[in-house]
Design a protein around this ligand. Structure first.
Ligand SMILES: Cc1cc2nc3c(=O)[nH]c(=O)nc-3n(C[C@H](O)[C@H](O)[C@H](O)COP(=O)(O)OP(=O)(O)OC[C@H]3O[C@@H](n4cnc5c(N)ncnc54)[C@H](O)[C@@H]3O)c2cc1C
Length: 412
């Protein structure tokens, strides 16, 4: 490490979506300022490249504060309104990456390749002359002379303003290992305990292994003190270790957070999302009375995938070949309860190694929503996933990165 100190106007730590966007927006608004964008990794934009299965779900047409968890929804709404989705679309179009819309408002690059998104961002950075510094891992930030002294693995930098855009802890091999939280804490900030989110869940036992590869529409409910504390409807995918798919991923962060305070919280799946007990019972009785005296297995296969119904019947020790109309009232009710309130014995999750985002982070009440500046340490700003905001699946997390970057940059 050299003893000389490089001085610039603005240092941005983290070269993910939020850091890159902050650097571009800041340079466009303040052309005279010198900006350094630091990242510990050798190659930048790792998460952009791997996102959306290699297609990068850049944003969501319908993004609103209700699509996010974490701190104050008023704060989140304010930031989203400052840089809404139509500005994201225009920004990427101007940068040479047109977006197209798919189901549920999801926006992807027209090429369906995340590389297009990263290339567009890098081109923009090069055009406006941002000083990009990979292999600059920030190890310490201290206040000095009204500004900051930033110690990196490749030298010391001084700047009156710094933006922490270091992400969370998910996929730590990309460089987002939570060190930004430590830096924020050293500058006086608190931390909402981070937990993995948008992550597959692990089930106890082995029964689910027979179902690996099957996807079915369900309603997933988190039960706490006997009541539904959160609910998601959507596809659930059975895997060799447990469950995944949109409904499960969206629930996973809430499940982790709830478990921290209440070990008795549990998950239930409703395999008949459009039914309640009465309508499901009526359907079952109607099918049972149809011509040919259908077996329980064949009737259940009209409700849910055949393999799932077989495993369910085994578990309940009911004879699938038996005639449905011979089912006793007690067994019929038992069966309906397990279709509508199937207990999922979740033992944990696949952890940060497979979590798309981190829930928790720097508390929003310590940040000014019109500048993303710290209320605790002036000159320090935040953008992206480092904050206590996590979106559901569908492009919402990137939209948070772009919007929070815009607000942070407007105040630099
Ligand atoms: C597999 C996967 C798929 C995803 N798909 C989507 C999707 O399709 N749509 C969507 O909206 N979201 C998706 N996400 C979530 C989205 O990628 C993130 O929310 C978003 O990238 C966060 O951006 P960020 O800039 O805040 O943080 P990051 O992208 O995590 O960037 C942080 C950067 O900071 C650097 N850094 C950290 N600490 C230091 C330090 N001490 N010194 C220097 N540099 C440091 C890291 O190396 C990293 O480059 C996906 C995530 C994953 C993992």
């Amino acid at each position: 490490m050299s003893g000389t100190v490089t001085e610039v106007d603005i240092v941005i730590v983290g070269c993910g979506a939020a850091g890159i966007a902050t650097s571009i927006f800041a340079a466009q608004r303040r052309p005279g300022k010198s900006i350094m964008l630091l990242d510990g990794a050798e190659k930048i934009g790792a998460k952009i490249l791997m996102s959306g299965g290699g297609r990068c779900n850049v944003a969501n047409r319908n993004a609103s504060a209700s699509d996010y968890h974490g701190g104050s929804s008023i704060f989140i709404r304010h930031v989203l309104q400052a840089f809404p989705v139509d500005k994201t679309i225009r920004f990427f179009r101007d940068a040479g990456a047109d977006l197209h819309e798919e189901s549920d408002g999801k926006l992807f690059p027209a090429t369906n390749q995340s590389r297009t998104v990263l290339n567009a961002l890098v081109r923009r950075m090069n055009d406006i002359g941002i000083r990009l510094c990979p292999r600059h891992r920030v190890v310490e930030v201290i206040r000095k002379g009204g500004g900051f002294q930033i110690k990196t693995s490749a030298g010391i930098i001084a700047a009156p303003r710094i933006v922490l855009a270091t992400g969370g802890m998910s996929y730590p091999q990309t460089g987002s290992d939570g060190s930004g939280y430590r830096i924020a804490r050293s500058l006086g900030h608190g931390l909402i305990p981070p937990v993995p989110a948008l992550v597959p869940l692990v089930l106890e036992g082995t029964r689910h292994r027979q179902l690996a590869g099957i996807s079915q529409e369900i309603v997933l409910t988190l039960k706490r003190d006997g009541r539904g504390a959160a609910q998601f409807r959507g596809p659930m995918l059975w895997t060799h270790f447990g469950i995944s798919g949109p409904a499960v991923l969206n629930m996973s962060g809430i499940w982790h957070r709830t478990k921290l305070g209440d070990s008795t919280a549990r998950l239930q799946a409703n395999f008949l999302p459009d039914d309640d007990f009465t309508s499901a019972e009526l359907r079952l009785l109607n099918l049972a009375s149809t011509h040919g005296r259908p077996s329980l297995q064949s009737v259940l296969s009209q409700f849910l995938p055949a393999r799932v119904s077989r495993v369910l019947l085994q578990q309940m020790e009911l004879d699938g070949q038996g005639c449905t109309s011979h089912l006793s009232r007690a067994d019929r009710r038992r069966l309906l309860h397990s279709l509508l309130e199937c207990e999922l014995p979740v033992s944990g999750s696949r952890g940060y190694a497979e979590a798309e985002v981190t829930a928790g982070g720097v508390p929003l009440d310590e940040i000014n929503p019109t500048t993303m500046e710290s209320r605790i340490c002036s000159g320090l700003h935040f953008a992206g996933e480092i904050l206590d905001v996590d979106g559901r699946i569908g492009g919402f997390n990137f939209q948070w990165a772009w919007s929070s970057a815009w607000v942070a940059a407007s105040a630099l």
